[in-house]
Design a protein around this ligand. Structure first.
Ligand SMILES: [Zn+2]
Length: 316
C-alpha cells in the first residue's frame, strides 16, 4: 500500500519532545510556532536531513565520498519521504526572477529533460508533431489502410513568376505526368487548366494498393514525394480523406513549422523564447522582462505645455 503522507514517529531533534505526526503529500504545509519551538528542527534538521540522507545513501560508496554527509536525525522513524529540496530562510534573493527552480538549479535539469524527451504538440490544433520518414509513413499506412488503393502526391510550390507553361515543362522534365485537382486525376498536358496562382499544385506521384508486398514501391514513391514536395507528402484515401506527412517538425494540418527543441528554448531569459518562436508560450509567460500591454493614457499625463515654453503655433 502506498503511503500518501510522510509519517514522522518520535522526533527528538533539538527541542522536539518525542513528536509524532503525519504530513500529507502534495499539499502546501506551513509550520508555525514561537521562536525556539522547534520549527527549523522539524523542517530542516529532521525532514530534510532524513530525505537528503536517504538520497545520498542511494549512491555508490565511491560517489558518496564526494557528497556532503548528513547526520542521522534523532527520530524513531520517518516513512514515505520523497527526495527533498530545502531553501534556507536566510538566503536573501532580491531578483524577482528567482524561483524555487532557479535557486535549486532544478530548471537546468528540467530544460534538458524537455528538450530531449519532450513531445511537441502543435500549438494550434494540439496534434503531436513528429518527423515522418518514408519508412514510418509506410508502417502507418500498412496499419491503417492495408488493401486500400491510395494516391500519393506532393504540393508543388510554384513561384509568382512561373507561367503555367513553365510549370508544366518543369514537372514534365522531372518525370511527372499527372496532377491531383479536387481529388481528380488530371493529365499534365497543354489543355489541362492549372489551379489559380497562389493555390499550391498537387502533383500525383503514384496510385498504389497498400500491401506489405509492395513496400519497396511505396517507399520509393513516398521518398520521391518528400524530396520534390520539400519534405511534405499527401496520401489520399479512397473515401476522399487525405493525410499529410512532413519530414520536418511541422504540423501539416496548420502549416506551422517548429524549431528543434533545445534547452534554451525552455529558458525564460533566453532570446530564443521570443514571439517569433511558436510553441514556447509557457516559458514566455514567466519572463519578467517581457512587455505587458498597458493603456498609455493611464500612465502618461495628458499633453500640456512645459513650464516656460510657448504653445506651438498654428494650433487653437
Ligand atoms: Zn496543427
Amino acid at each position: 500500500m502506498s503511503v500518501e503522507a510522510i509519517r514522522i514517529v518520535g522526533a527528538r531533534q533539538n527541542n522536539l519532545k518525542n513528536l509524532s505526526l503525519d504530513l500529507p503529500l502534495h499539499e502546501l504545509i506551513v509550520i508555525t510556532g514561537v521562536s525556539g519551538s522547534g520549527k527549523s528542527s522539524l523542517a530542516f534538521d529532521t525532514l530534510y536531513a532524513e530525505g537528503q540522507r536517504r538520497y545520498v545513501e542511494s549512491f555508490s560508496a565511491y560517489a558518496r565520498q564526494f557528497l556532503e554527509r548528513m547526520d542521522k536525525p534523532q527520530v524513531e522513524r520517518v516513512e514515505g519521504i520523497p527526495p527533498a529540496i530545502a531553501i534556507d530562510q536566510s538566503n536573501p534573493i532580491k531578483n524577482s526572477r528567482s524561483t524555487v527552480g532557479t535557486m535549486t538549479e532544478l530548471t537546468d535539469h528540467i530544460r534538458l529533460l524537455f528538450a530531449k524527451i519532450g513531445q511537441l504538440h502543435c500549438q494550434q490544433c494540439g496534434r503531436p508533431v513528429q518527423r515522418s520518414h518514408a519508412s514510418t509513413i509506410v508502417t502507418s499506412l500498412l496499419q491503417q489502410a492495408a488493401g486500400q488503393a491510395v494516391m500519393i502526391g506532393f504540393p508543388y510550390q510554384r513561384t509568382a513568376q512561373q507561367t503555367p507553361e513553365a510549370i508544366r515543362l518543369e514537372l514534365q522534365r522531372l518525370g511527372f505526368t499527372r496532377l491531383l485537382v479536387a481529388e481528380q486525376v488530371v493529365r499534365l498536358d497543354a489543355e489541362a487548366p492549372l489551379p489559380d496562382a497562389g493555390t499550391p499544385i498537387e502533383v500525383l506521384v503514384d496510385r498504389i494498393v497498400v500491401q506489405a508486398e509492395r513496400r519497396a514501391r511505396l517507399l520509393d514513391s513516398l521518398e520521391q514525394g518528400l524530396r520534390f514536395g520539400q519534405g511534405l507528402v499527401v496520401v489520399h484515401f479512397p473515401d476522399g480523406l487525405q493525410q499529410k506527412f512532413s519530414q520536418h517538425l511541422h504540423c501539416p494540418e496548420c502549416n506551422i513549422t517548429y524549431r528543434d527543441p533545445v534547452p534554451n528554448l525552455f529558458s525564460f531569459n533566453s532570446p530564443l523564447t521570443g514571439p517569433s518562436n511558436p510553441g514556447v508560450a509557457p516559458a514566455r509567460a514567466t519572463n519578467a522582462a517581457c512587455s505587458w500591454p498597458f493603456a498609455p493614457d493611464t500612465v502618461f499625463p495628458p499633453m500640456c505645455p512645459l513650464p516656460g515654453s510657448r504653445p506651438s503655433s498654428g494650433r487653437p
